[in-house]
Design a protein around this ligand. Structure first.
Ligand code: FES
Ligand code: FES
Length: 166
C-alpha cells in the first residue's frame, strides 16, 4: 500500500509516495531524495547531526516520521546557500573555524539558523552554548562553533536592522 504525502523541500513542492509509513524524515531525505547533507549520527535523537527546519523550527529528522509532516516546509543544509553565496551562518562557520571533520556541521549550522530565527541567540556565549546543546561535536570544535554562531547572529541582526531602516 502506498502512502502519499506532499512536502515543500528547500522551496520545491514534491509529491512523494511511501511504501512504508514508518520511514523517518531523515531516511526519506538521505536515501530516497538523495539529500545527503543531513547526517545520520545516532539515529535516536541524541546527537543533532540530522537537524533540519520543519516549518521553520529545528527538529531532529531521525525522530520525525515523514508521513506525520504531510504539507510541511522542510529546509535542509542544501537549501541555505543562494548559488555560490553562502548563508551568513555557513560563512561564519568557515570564517571562525567552526568545524574539524565536518560530520556534525550541517546539523550545527541548521540548529544555529533555527536558534537565531527564534531570537534566542543573543550575545552571551553561554547562552549560545545552551541553545546549541542538542548538537554534539565529537571533534569538540565547540569554541569555534560558539564564535561562529555569535558572529552570524550579530551579522544577521545588523543586516536586518539595516533593512528595516532602509
Ligand atoms: S541522528 Fe538524529 S539526533 Fe542523532
Ligand atoms: S567537527 Fe567533527 S564531529 Fe563536529
Amino acid at each position: 500500500m502506498s502512502h502519499d504525502l506532499t512536502l515543500t523541500i528547500n522551496g520545491t513542492r514534491q509529491q512523494i509516495a511511501l511504501d512504508d509509513p514508518r520511514v523517518t524524515l531523515l531516511d526519506l531525505l538521505r536515501e530516497r531524495l538523495h539529500l545527503t547533507g543531513t547526517k545520520k549520527g545516532c539515529d535516536r535523537g541524541q546527537c543533532g547531526a540530522c537537524t533540519v527546519l520543519i516549518d521553520g523550527r529545528r527538529q531532529n529528522a531521525c525522530l520525525a516520521l515523514a508521513l506525520s509532516h504531510d504539507g510541511a516546509e522542510i529546509t535542509t543544509i542544501e537549501g541555505l546557500a543562494e548559488g555560490d553565496t553562502l548563508h551568513p551562518v555557513q560563512a561564519a562557520f568557515v570564517a571562525e573555524d567552526g568545524m574539524q571533520c565536518g560530520y556534525c556541521t550541517p546539523g550545527q549550522v541548521m540548529s544555529a539558523v533555527g536558534l537565531i530565527a527564534e531570537g534566542r541567540a543573543g550575545t552571551d556565549p553561554e547562552r549560545i552554548r545552551e541553545g546549541m546543546s542538542g548538537n554534539l561535536c565529537r571533534c569538540a570544535a565547540y569554541s569555534g562553533i560558539t564564535r561562529a554562531v555569535l558572529a552570524a547572529a550579530e551579522e544577521m541582526t545588523t543586516t536586518k536592522g539595516e533593512r528595516k531602516t532602509a
